[in-house]
Design a protein around this ligand. Structure first.
Ligand code: ZN
Length: 290
């Protein structure tokens, strides 16, 4: 099968790296703001305080979801044009509908439930409880932004007349907030995604993601693995680097990881280690109507 032109691969690499960097900058700033708001909150037992607090958190996150969608679209459309030679039309997704229709205010309100539950049931200090809640707030915020990326990519790809497949692009080069702060090399990201890096998805399918997923996406024109599939070359180069870093060990460890795609009731398709279990749409409906 003809391989992609090296110039196409190089330009695609520049675009997906720019997209990943923009996405992670927005994510780092938003997570830091949300964490700070949560760490400073003291109205855990006041429903009036909770409503104004979750409204602030949701407003911040929605603004960042819109930014994430816009930057995903800006880079995604350039990549689509590069690979397909065709212009795709633009239009930003409605970020209010991303969390399975659950408003972000309700998502963040779960933090207050968590706080009170942990205070009542766990032998933890106030600081320890707060730390757990802050961590969860960061994860929720990250998920909200990933959902914006995923939905915007899909909306743009569906408008392209020639793209019917795509693949995830893994990003070992992206530092986490912690690794950047400690001056460390970026960790190997998205272990689950490394395992499924060879999967190809139809444009009508949503990308399976997970909390703190660092992946972006690349369109495929024509056959997977052919001249219109630069993402395969990008992933192969990174996988070789990842395996070289850990010698035979990481390859052996990764070969043992079994990854499953589960349909999460609110988040859509989610990657999990095959051992983990999940609430499906039926369980979520049942819980909501209890
Ligand atoms: Zn990932």
């Amino acid at each position: 099968m003809p391989r992609p032109d090296p110039a196409l691969v190089a330009e695609s690499l520049a675009l997906v790296q720019a997209q990943a960097a923009a996405r992670w900058e927005i994510a780092a700033i938003t997570q830091a703001s949300v964490r700070a708001e949560v760490a400073a909150f003291a109205g855990w037992y006041s429903s009036a305080d909770i409503s104004s607090w979750v409204a602030r958190l949701a407003k911040m996150t929605r603004a960042s979801q819109r930014q994430t969608a816009s930057s995903t679209s800006a880079f995604g459309l350039r990549l689509l044009r590069l690979v397909s030679g065709r212009q795709a039309s633009r239009g930003r997704v409605d970020v209010d509908r991303l969390w399975g229709g659950v408003p972000l205010e309700s998502v963040y309100a779960r933090l207050a439930d968590d706080y009170r539950f942990l205070r009542a049931t766990e032998p933890l200090s106030d600081d320890q409880v707060l730390e757990r809640v802050v961590q969860r707030a960061g994860a929720q915020t990250d998920q909200a932004l990933t959902l914006a990326m995923r939905a915007q990519w899909q909306a743009d790809a569906e408008r392209s007349p020639v793209v019917s497949l795509y693949r995830r692009v893994i990003h070992p080069e992206v530092a986490t907030e912690a690794s950047a702060r400690d001056g460390e090399a970026p960790p190997l990201p998205c272990g689950l995604c490394v395992v499924v890096a060879d999967r190809v998805y139809k444009v009508a399918e949503l990308l399976p993601v997970h909390t703190f997923c660092r992946c972006t996406v690349a369109p495929i024109v024509g056959a997977a693995g052919g001249s219109g599939d630069p993402g395969l070359s990008l992933n192969q180069a990174d996988l070789e680097r990842i395996y070289a870093l850990g010698g035979g060990t990481s390859a052996a460890v990764l070969a043992k990881v079994r990854v499953a795609v589960r349909e999460h009731g609110e988040l859509g398709p989610v990657l999990r280690s095959a051992a983990d279990e999940f609430r499906g749409p039926d369980q979520v409906k049942a819980a909501a109507t209890r």
